[in-house]
Design a protein. Structure first.
Length: 369
């Protein structure tokens, strides 16, 4: 958001006027792709099979935009206590990812309870995001009380690319955004969240974590509007792949009120990510069916249960998967694990490790990475 710097920027109040005629082709494609994703998810025998993997993938991608370098496998390995040689930096990166997933899960729960997306709702998301990680000293759950600015490392406020509103104006701007999200009836909900996402980033209400909170709100708004039965459309991967264009288009809304260019970019992201998620879900369903068929030939009444558990927890210890697999007897569980090892369905992550063995369902990890 360049050359408006020098003094704090004040975004215009919402709603704004947009040219819906020029947006119609993009709106149509985005909604068609969303409907296809919803239909694909409807065909899953058990949506819980994908929930944790999809949430974690989004958490990794959103955190990556902020410079957090942790892969989905590293996150799952950390949760399975396979972190003997992990550095403090990597541990902090993984904890940031896990906080993002917790915040998303919290938001979904609140939406299910019919909570509106309000100031307090957003502050709660922020508080979860910044708990016990690098941003813990940056007022988790509270709007900033000082001025911030955006620019490359070492930039001064005089040469910053963007200076958000002064802290005394945050409540005024956010109140307008809250009303727009919950009371205004935009002609199209995808256009509405595209506009709202820009506005949130322009207000920049927190000291840190604004990008992650803004991306969380996208998924939660789409879910609340009933555009998806499960909140499994995430745009962080699209924003990361097109990072320079993403920031350029946000900047151009601030500089020149080029709303349509930004909205078209956003709608393209909805289309691309919906179709990508469809392909991923279909591949995972194919893998699930094939793995289940192999398990049924193993001669164990618990093998099918174990397959279901693998799709929920693809990196695991015997103890961590036992309850999910619904196998009460530990020796029975150990026997099932051995059968899956012999079949090459799962692998031992460290053959030298003698206690608390960690295993990985590699075929699934390849699909969700």
């Amino acid at each position: 958001m360049e050359n408006i710097a020098k003094k704090p920027f004040r975004p215009v109040d919402l709603p704004v006027s947009v040219d819906y005629i020029s947006l119609l082709p993009s709106i149509s494609k985005a909604h068609a792709a969303l409907a296809r994703l919803d239909a694909t998810l409807d065909q899953l025998p058990n949506p819980r099979l994908l929930e944790r993997s999809f949430l974690t993938h989004e958490a990794v991608q959103s955190s990556k935009i902020e410079g957090t370098m942790a892969t989905i496998q590293e996150v799952f390995e950390f949760e399975a206590d396979f972190d003997d040689d992990i550095s403090n930096k990597k541990r902090e990166d993984i904890e940031e990812v896990l906080n993002y997933r917790k915040a998303l899960e919290y938001g979904v729960k609140k939406i299910d309870q019919d909570f509106p997306i309000t100031e307090n709702f957003v502050k709660e998301l922020h508080k979860i995001l910044l708990t016990s990680v690098r941003g813990a000293s940056k007022a988790p759950g509270e709007f900033r009380k000082g001025q911030v600015y955006i620019g490359s490392h070492g930039t001064t406020i005089e040469s910053a690319s963007y200076v958000p509103p002064e802290p005394q104006h945050i409540l005024e701007h956010f109140s307008n955004l809250e009303k727009y999200l919950n009371e205004h009836k935009e002609q199209d909900a995808l256009v509405q969240i595209a506009i709202a996402h820009y506005q949130f980033e322009a207000i920049h209400p927190f000291w840190d974590g604004n990008g992650r909170v803004g991306r969380l709100v996208i998924s939660l708004f789409l879910y609340k509007q009933g555009l998806l039965k499960k909140p499994w459309l995430y745009l962080s991967e699209y924003f990361e792949r097109n990072r320079q264009e993403y920031y350029r288009l946000l900047r151009e809304v601030s500089e020149s009120e080029k709303w349509n260019e930004w909205i078209i970019f956003f709608l393209k992201g909805v289309e691309v990510q919906s179709l990508d998620a469809c392909k991923k879900v279909e591949k995972i369903r194919t893998l699930h069916d094939a793995t289940r068929d192999r398990a049924m030939l193993m001669g164990s009444q618990y093998a099918v249960n174990f397959v279901e558990a693998l799709f929920v927890k693809p990196v695991f210890t015997r103890r961590s998967i036992q309850k999910i697999a619904k196998i009460q007897n530990y020796q029975t569980l150990a026997n099932v694990v051995e059968k899956f090892l012999e079949a090459g369905i799962i692998y031992d992550l460290d053959l030298k490790r003698e206690r608390n063995k960690v295993y990985v369902f590699e075929n699934l990890m390849k699909l969700i990475a």
